[in-house]
Design a protein around this ligand. Structure first.
Ligand SMILES: Cc1cc2nc3c(=O)[nH]c(=O)nc-3n(C[C@H](O)[C@H](O)[C@H](O)COP(=O)(O)O)c2cc1C
Length: 210
């Protein structure tokens, strides 16, 4: 077994649709992570069926609790969004909003988690959804791996049963999963990471720098 067997990579994404290409892409990328030796978990947006996040009433439901705890426990993540109106879906954004409940944890939010990004678009503008997700990665204090997979013409790329028809895309998705494991291993092998004191020092440095 690979040295990364102790690492957990959590996949978050897909759409509310029964047949979701972004979910199929996410599963494929998770297989890449599993092939590199990580434990994997799929947080399927359709299955989670989260209520709309409301800061005035944010007691987490069972599904929201699963989302929050799995994301916080993960070493690495893969996010996959459908391309909706030129950006990410509302359902994925809502899931990310629920992660606000991680603000008081130690470490807070997704501090130092390595995140791989995937999108599935009907057309060719999938990179816009990737870029939008990257804003949230940074807001949640994670690190996006530079290699990203915006799947264009998604209806042609996936079978209705979720199998990838194009070997080149299948390879890209698996490579991304492996890449998340590779970089996560580097972060995890540094004992100084994932500590509250380190977060506070980093925040102080940023504040001092103005
Ligand atoms: C509400 C909605 C908005 C969409 N907007 C775009 C878009 O702006 N650009 C695009 O290329 N495809 C767009 N599409 C097509 C989807 O990106 C495509 O069907 C993709 O496979 C959806 O992901 P899913 O299969 O995981 O549901 C849109 C689809 C829907 C339902």
């Amino acid at each position: 077994m690979a040295a990364s067997a102790h690492l957990t990579v959590v996949g978050l994404g897909g759409s509310m649709a029964k047949v979701s290409r972004s979910r199929a892409a996410l599963v494929s990328a998770l297989q890449g992570a599993a092939g590199a030796g990580a434990e994997t978990e799929l947080l399927d947006i359709r299955e989670l069926n989260l209520p709309m996040y409301n800061p005035d009433d944010d007691a987490p439901t069972e599904a929201a609790m699963r989302l929050i705890e799995s994301c916080h426990a993960a070493d690495g993540m893969l996010w996959a969004s459908p391309m909706y109106q030129g950006t990410i879906s509302g359902a994925l954004k809502n899931a990310l909003d629920w992660l606000h409940l991680l603000r008081d944890r130690d470490p807070p939010f997704l501090h130092d988690k390595v995140i791989g990004l995937v999108s599935a678009a009907g057309g060719t503008q999938g990179l816009q959804a990737i870029n939008t997700m990257e804003f949230s990665v940074r807001a949640l204090r994670g690190w996006a791996v530079p290699y990203v997979v915006p799947v264009a013409g998604a209806a042609r790329v996936f079978d209705p049963d979720g199998q990838v028809r194009e070997p080149a895309i299948a390879l890209q998705l698996k490579t991304l999963g492996m890449e998340v494991v590779r970089v996560t291993e580097k972060f995890s092998s540094n004992g100084s990471l994932h500590r509250q004191a380190e977060c506070e020092q980093a925040a102080e440095r940023v504040a001092t720098a103005g």
